[in-house]
Design a protein around this ligand. Structure first.
Ligand code: GAL
Length: 690
């Protein structure tokens, strides 16, 4: 018999499907809770996150714990065969605690202590807060660590934010001392002679000052370190009582200020809160889908070979997206299956039931205020639950990619804190999406990696604006190309080291000038309404044709061995190279020295792939734009997730493929028809080598 695949929750061979459940809001209406348990069965939901904001219900006064209600809910979950992702409640501290121990409240950059408002706002270094967290987590671990319903620990909620109290500043100084050793080294690393910032004592440093960009990057790094440290502190008692139960903390997609790549090393399971908002009337839906696909692939690659899942999403419309347009029919399935297609093995919701009051009373939920199981949103959850049962064989399957793209918070921070370059308006992510979606449009699998991950075994490596380098990254990249790899880099590659100090001696720096055979001498940042034309060079080896358009930034390149594939057609740099290729060792290094339009980026990859065959689509046919096919494979089967992100029906030629539709077993051999915004899943015997 085939061994059962490793699943997110041990020995639970199901796609996780459930929601954040807050019965603590309904304890005085027990019939509502009874109805919840009935509806959970109807909905086909199997996993529930409990107690995320329940600290005061557990500990109404200091040291006086009450877990009876939770015990009752956990027991009912177990008897219904559901799993619980039990939260530690530090995401929102009790009001009595804020009042008695003001030091647990955060201090802002101006030195003012926050009042007790909202949530996610405790000080990271407060000794008292840590003691309180340890006590409550110990109680939870002791009482529920061996409960049969417990599947996973949900540590806190969406850790975020900075605290500038003396304790946190001191922790920052200690962290800096460990990193730099002494102030002389720190001053050199930050270029602190600039504007007379030279520090002669650690406590002269204040991270609220934006004038030293190296310091800004270190403050963000430190904050991620603080979060990682807090997470590990929180998990100690949980691990002590239940070493076998995985721990996670829910991340927030591509949040600009927290390095989830760094944090992913601490969690046992990667989980994300992603609220897609696919709207059939949105002309940018396809681009948005590609953007989310990139994020999903990044999350999939945080722990290569292991499944991840959506801790939060929404079957209806979140109340914070304006206007509160209803989620159109089909969109929920489209969004959820997109995550599964990219390696997720669960999609859960915020929230199970709409509350009657508070900020989120109109936030979408499985159970609406009408409590009606015929409700359209509820039915969409029921249908998805039924499909997930049929998709169980997908558990344990993996995506195999020959192309990798680097997306890294350290690079992003160095880029975005630098004044001058065209780094605003989310430029780091936008350029990454332009390149990623060129492959996504052709249904080519892509692994999205951080800089420190191993990319040596791929055939194609894409570096969108890899602004900051480390020596280690540079040498692995050089080796990758020397040994025959193909790399595509863009403008703003290799500008600084990791403390945002510019390389001297020509960009791309740190030796990459030789790999690419160019010097990127100047970068022209354009007004938002300006463009420059780029013309393909005669008989260029990729066969690029037609005029291309650049916006935002154009690099003025000098060739040092590379060939020009295209040149600028206007401005003082008319005639100089815009896109180049260099042979280095056995490999090829392409440089795209401008922000090309997404269509032109796509043309570039189309030609590159046609000419060199460096990577290939998961299907042997070309499909219309807006269709995406992802493949997940086990040792003997391939699963194809076919999704239509357009408002037209399309017929795809099967070209000799024999696929079986997972939902109804229908065999498809000649033509596959996919309707507007439809998602279908197929299986077939594997043809790939592992
Ligand atoms: C998340 C949060 C949830 C809920 C949700 C609403 O950021 O973790 O508790 O507030 O947003 O969309």
């Amino acid at each position: 018999m085939k061994p059962e695949p490793e699943t997110i929750i041990r020995n639970f061979q199901k796609i996780l499907h459930g929601a954040d459940y807050n019965p603590d809001q309904w304890l005085d209406v027990p019939e509502v809770i009874d109805e919840d348990f009935r509806l959970m069965r109807v909905a086909g939901c199997n996993t529930f996150a409990l107690g995320i904001f329940a600290w005061t219900s557990y500990e109404p006064e200091e040291g006086n714990y009450r877990f009876d209600w939770l015990q009752g809910i956990m027991d009912r979950m177990a008897s219904q065969g559901n799993k619980v992702i039990l939260a530690t409640p530090s995401g929102s501290k009790p009001a009595w605690m804020s009042k008695r121990y003001p030091e647990i409240r955060r201090v802002n950059a101006l030195g003012l202590r926050d009042p007790h408002t909202r949530r996610h706002n405790h000080c990271w270094s407060s000794r008292i807060f840590r003691e309180k967290v340890r006590s409550i987590n110990t109680e939870l671990g002791r009482r529920f660590g061996n409960h049969p319903a417990l599947g996973m620990w949900h540590v806190s909620n969406e850790y975020q934010g900075h605290c500038y109290c003396d304790g946190c500043l001191n922790a920052f100084y200690q962290w800096l001392e460990k990193r730099y050793g002494d102030l002389d080294s720190l001053n050199r690393a930050w270029w602190s002679t600039f504007w007379n910032h030279t520090f002669t004592a650690w406590d002269e440093i204040h991270p609220g000052d934006a004038s030293l960009d190296g310091m800004q990057v270190d403050w963000l790094r430190f904050n991620s370190w603080q979060i990682g440290d807090f997470y590990q502190f929180e998990t100690q008692p949980l691990k002590a009582f239940s070493p076998e139960i995985p721990c996670t903390t829910n991340f927030m997609t591509l949040s600009p200020r927290i390095d989830y790549g760094y944090l992913s090393q601490f969690v046992d399971v990667v989980s994300d809160d992603q609220y897609p908002r696919f709207d059939p009337d949105d002309t940018k839906l396809v681009e948005q889908a590609a953007r989310i696909a990139l994020k999903h692939d990044l999350y999939r690659c945080f722990k290569p070979g292991k499944p991840w899942f959506l801790m939060e999403s929404c079957p209806g419309h979140p109340q914070w997206i304006k206007p509160n347009r209803l989620k159109r029919p089909g969109m929920h399935r489209l969004e959820m299956l997109q995550a599964i297609a990219h390696g997720a093995e669960g999609t859960c919701y915020f929230q199970w039931r709409k509350g009657r009051g508070g900020f989120e009373k109109f936030h979408g939920a499985v159970v609406d205020h009408d409590q009606n199981e015929q409700n359209r949103v509820f039915r969409s959850v029921v249908e998805l639950g039924a499909l997930y049962t049929k998709l169980t064989p997908v558990l344990g399957s993996r995506v195999r990619a020959r192309a990798a793209l680097i997306f890294d918070w350290e690079v992003r921070w160095n880029f975005e804190t630098s004044r001058g370059p065209a780094s605003e308006n989310d430029a780091y992510q936008r350029v990454a999406v332009d390149h990623y979606q060129s492959l996504w449009k052709r249904s080519i699998s892509v692994d999205v990696l951080r800089r420190e991950q191993d990319f040596s075994a791929y055939d194609l490596l894409i570096l969108p604006q890899t602004w900051a380098l480390t020596d280690d990254f540079t040498s692995r990249l050089t080796e990758f190309v020397r040994r025959g790899g193909t790399v595509v880099a863009t403008h703003y590659t290799g500008i600084t080291n990791d403390t945002n100090l510019c390389y001297t001696g020509g960009f791309p720096g740190n030796g990459l000038r030789e790999v690419f055979g160019i010097v990127d001498e100047e970068q022209d940042c354009l007004h938002s309404d300006e463009v420059r034309k780029i013309d393909p060079a005669d008989r260029n080896e990729l066969g690029l044709t037609g005029s291309m358009t650049a916006s935002e930034v154009c690099s003025v390149l000098h060739l040092e061995g590379a060939d020009a594939l295209a040149t600028f057609a206007s401005d003082f740099y008319a005639g100089s190279a815009a896109i180049t290729v260099n042979t280095f060792g056995d490999g090829r290094a392409y440089y795209v020295g401008a922000r090309l339009s997404p269509e032109d980026v796509s043309q570039f990859y189309d030609k590159l792939i046609q000419t060199t065959g460096v990577v290939e689509s998961v299907v042997p046919f070309r499909h219309p734009e807006g269709i995406n096919i992802q493949r997940r494979s086990t040792s003997d089967h391939d699963y194809y997730f076919v999704q239509n992100f357009t408002d037209s029906s399309h017929k795809l030629p099967m070209k000799g493929l024999h696929w079986k539709r997972v939902e109804d077993g229908a065999e498809i051999t000649t033509e596959l028809e996919i309707h507007p915004f439809e998602s279908q899943v197929y299986s077939c015997r594997s043809t790939q080598r592992s």
